[in-house]
Ligand binder design. Sequence first.
Ligand SMILES: [Zn+2]
Length: 339
Amino acid sequence: MKDKLEKIKNDALAAINSADKLETLNETRVNILGKKGELTQVLKGMKDVSPEDRPKIGQLVNDTRAEIERVLEEATVKLERVIREAQMKSEVIDVTLPAKKNAVGHRHPNQITQEEVERIFVGMGYEVVEGPEIETDYYNFEALNIPADHPAKDEQDTFYINDTYLLRTQTSGTQVHVMEQGKLPIRMIAPGRVFRSDEVDATHSPSFHQIEGLVIDKHITFADLKGTLAEFAKELYGEDIRVRFRPHHFNFTEPSAEMDVSCFKCGGSGCRFCKGTGWIEILGCGMVHPNVLRMSGIDPEEYSGFAFGVGLERIALLKYEIDDMRLLYENDERFLKQF
Ligand SMILES: [Zn+2]
C-alpha cells in the first residue's frame, strides 16, 4: 500500500513538472484526485486494510493527497505566469514602428456641388426630398405628360426592369410623388441619380445626377421662375452672372425654356470655354403643364407653378472646369483630392 501511494505520488509529480499547458495540469488533477482518480481508488480500497493499519494508511493517503495538491497549485500559478508573460511579449507595441496612416476620405466634387445647390435652395425656403431610383412607367413618363409613343420611352434610351418598372431617366417623377401627397404650397428640390442607356464618353454616362425643382402655389408666374433661377445662378457662379432664357420644349412644362448663364470665364465676350458664344447652358425649366397638375390632383385653375431640372455633373464640370465627365466616376483619389 505504501509503495503504491509512493508510486502514485511520483508519477503525479512527474506529470505535473512536465506539464506545459493548464489543460495538462487539470487532466492530471482529475486522473489522480478526481472521483475516479487513482488516489480515490486507494481510499475505496481501505476496507481491505486491517483495522489497526487503517489510521496509518489513512494518514499516508491524506499526506500524499496534500502533497500532490500543493505541487499542483504551485505548478498552476507558475504556468499561468509564464503564459501571461508570453502573451504580453507577443502583444507588445513597438513604438519605433512607423504609425499607420489614417486614410481620411474626401468629398466628391458631385457631393460638394450637390450640397452647394441644396444650400442655395434651402436658403430660399425649399425642402430637399428624395424619390425612388426605380420608378413605374407612370411616375417616370405618363404622369409627366409624356405620351406612350414618345422617343424617350424607347428601349434604346431607358433601362426597363420589366413591363412595369424602370430605372428612372429623370428626377421629375419625384415631383409627382410630392404633388400626390396633396400638401400645398410646394417648394422642393429633389437631387438624385438617374439612368439612361447612353454610351460612356466625355459628356455622357449611363448613370448621372439631376436636381429637380418644383414650386406650386397660388399666383406663381414665369417672373417667379426667372427671378428664382437668376438668383440661383448668381449664388452659384457670382454676382456678375447674367442669365438668359431660350424657348424650348418639355412635355411636362408649358411654356418651357432653357437657361444659359453668361460665361464666367470670359464674362460674355466669348472664349474657348463657352465655345465663343459668351453663354453656357445650365438647366431646363418651365411652367408646370396643367395636365401634370391635374393628373396629380391639383386644380390648374387655382394653382400654378414652375419646375426646373439641373444636371449635377454639368454644374460640377463647369464649376471646377473639368473637361471630361469620366473623371468624376473613376474614383482616382489623386483627381478627387483637388476639390
Ligand atoms: Zn467664355
